[in-house]
Design a protein around this ligand. Structure first.
Ligand SMILES: [Zn+2]
Length: 191
């Protein structure tokens, strides 16, 4: 059985999830895109949720790096020893009702040591602006995740939802004001 949630990421500032690709027009940082349309990779979201979840629940001191690990973080997100993830993140794609666009931001990197700007470090950053990104997260239930016989019970559901809502920023440049989002989660269906 699985429970599916729909997540919406409402942009509060320009986002750049860096693709690592340098395009011909000389932009230093290009955003991840599919057919020219920006998206937020499910893996980026998963990393953030995992980090928040491990801060809230912790590993109860039982995390094992190499052997099969049954600490809460590895049970939910997967871990060593062929421990499969019980949570899956779709990519978040622009909601068709949102009127976002892709733009370019220019900036001057500040030298970490001298604290001065240096025009050798002028950068261009491709950004997504004013989108609402949307996608599904699926939670898979099995005996390990359910301590009661209640249908649809997932032991760490509340902590997971909190870990999602806690996300304030996605992508790079947060210290320069990039990437701020508000996340909304609602239950979609139980299959
Ligand atoms: Zn673990």
């Amino acid at each position: 059985m699985k429970k599916i949630f729909t997540v919406e990421a409402i942009q509060k500032s320009p986002i750049c999830v860096n693709s690592g690709v340098i395009e011909n027009d000389g932009v230093n940082m290009t955003i991840v895109k599919r057919n020219g349309i920006p998206y937020i990779p499910g893996s980026s979201l998963k990393g953030k949720v995992r980090y928040n979840f491990s801060r809230i629940v912790g590993d109860k001191g039982s995390h094992k790096e190499k052997a099969f690990c049954s600490c809460p973080v590895c049970l939910v997100f997967g871990g060593a020893g062929n421990n499969q993830s019980r949570i899956f993140f779709d990519d978040l794609v622009p909601d068709e009702r949102s009127s976002g666009n892709v733009g370019i931001r220019y900036g001057v990197a500040i030298d970490r040591y001298t604290k001065t700007s240096n025009d050798k470090f002028l950068y261009t950053r491709e950004v997504a602006e004013d989108f609402v990104f949307k996608g599904d997260i699926s939670l898979y239930y099995d005996d390990k995740m359910c301590h009661s016989k209640k249908p649809g019970c997932f032991v760490y559901e509340n902590e997971l939802l909190l870990s999602i809502k806690m996300i304030e920023a996605i992508g790079g440049g947060n210290s320069s004001g990039f990437g701020f989002v508000e996340l909304k989660v609602r239950e979609k269906e139980v299959i």
